[in-house]
Write a protein that binds this ligand. Structure first.
Ligand code: SAM
Length: 230
């Protein structure tokens, strides 16, 4: 038996590439996006009352990780990429039906548009449903997860002077907290755990319309090298 679903909207996100997106929502509060609803959800009726809610669940499709054959075991990056566990014990992107879920902050509601922050979704992500976060039911005080038992360890982020002024001026142009966004994403160390980066190796990603490049001058430290318009 199969069922079909259709997106109720698409996310315009600060994240233009998968690399360096935080592994869960709320880890980069400066990560912003706008969910643009499609007809018939774009008239205002479907979001009426949502202004009384601070956070929403997004159910969405990992549209850039869809696969024909479901995986039963996956190797989560937070376990170093070398230990496999059942797909249902993880929040891996490669999963049956490719469905993701994130709790994000709802900053503003307009007819046909939701302004969001703390997101972990790629630009263009198809969103299948929106549900209000219900604190008394969705927050479980006694909950534990021994596979993912805490937020990622943070590493120090330094800037080249020129890169910091580039980020500041692009942030002003874009009217976005770009310096915070870069720091919040990089301090979580997006590099796959198994890579030991030599200082000459350059890493990069695209946030809004800028390319951000960095390297690891020494283990456990990131230095932002440049922030340039694409
Ligand atoms: N919070 C969600 C969940 O638990 O279902 C997502 C968790 S998943 C581990 C987070 C990663 O998904 C991000 O780091 C990003 O690389 C990836 N991602 C985000 N949006 C995606 C999309 N539309 N297609 C494929 N991968 C995506």
């Amino acid at each position: 038996m199969s069922y079909s679903v259709s997106p109720i909207g698409f996310l315009r996100s600060c994240f233009k590439e998968k690399f360096a997106i935080p592994r869960q929502p709320q880890l980069a509060p400066a990560a912003r996006g706008v969910l643009e609803l499609v007809a018939p959800f774009d008239t205002g009726d479907a979001v009426q009352g949502l202004e009384q809610v601070s956070h929403v669940w997004l159910l969405f499709l990992f549209h850039q990780a869809l696969e024909d054959q479901p995986r039963l075991k996956v190797r989560p990056p937070r376990l170093g990429g070398n230990k496999s566990v059942g797909v249902f014990a993880t929040r891996a992107t490669h999963r049956p039906n490719g469905i993701g879920q994130s709790v994000v902050k709802l900053d503003k509601v307009e007819p046909g548009r939701l302004w969001l922050s703390g997101i972990d979704l790629l630009d263009g992500t198809p969103v299948l449903d929106i549900k209000p976060y219900v604190p008394y039911a969705d927050s479980v005080a006694s909950a534990y997860n021994r596979i993912a038992d805490g937020a990622p360890l943070l590493i120090e982020v330094q800037w080249r002077d020129a890169a910091l002024s580039q980020a500041r001026s692009h942030g002003l142009r874009l009217d976005q907290p770009l310096v915070d966004l870069i720091e919040q994403c990089l301090t979580q160390d997006p590099r796959p755990a198994y890579q030991v980066p030599p200082p000459e190796r350059r890493y990069g990603t695209r946030l809004w319309d800028v390319d951000v490049r960095w390297h690891y001058p020494e283990p456990g430290k990131i230095c932002v090298l440049e922030v340039v318009e694409t």
